[in-house]
Design a protein around this ligand. Sequence first.
Ligand code: SF4
Length: 203
Amino acid sequence: MDRDAAFSYRCAACNRCCRGKRIQLNPYEMARLARALEIPLDGFLRTCVEGDVYLRWNPDKSCIFLGPEGCRVHADRPLVCRLYPLGRIVNADGERFVEVTPHPETEGAYGKDGVIADYLNQQGAAPFIKAADAYYALYLRLSAAEQADDSQFVDMMDILDLEGFVAREAARRGETPPATLEGKVERHCEWLAEALSGAEERP
Ligand code: SF4
């Protein structure tokens, strides 16, 4: 489906969908969540993330942010949660959306009284999609370079720690860091790409 496809969905806050999902985070999403929780990124990674990039589960496989009243980080929830019950697939042909299999007892209401573009707007998905695309492009470059050279070009924490990396790099360059997190994402990707190009060119 593309953005013009008929689609609507109303969450009934039954909380059944926030269980057993592997939710991958990019550095923008990590920074937003760490800010929302008012903890430093290293603390966020230690307490809320597993496998480097996945939101941690409680022992019953519910999301670590699922509370009795629903999502405790709703305003800063990741893109996967904003898109649900859609999934977004990006490849060389562009983007497309698919419906993911819902919880069998979900109380969410599916309909056709809108289009996917409307749903993305309702969910505030735009900055998350922009960041996801920027980091995905960077990831492809990093993977290709590392496979070709069999070495790691960029430190993992420089990738994960958006705010820390941009602050350090801006100070080194004598620049003022962007005021917004979205502006920092642009600098983060731009400066990491520069670091990668420099590393690739070194003999
Ligand atoms: S972040 Fe919020 S919306 Fe996403 S799975 Fe966790 S509780 Fe649910």
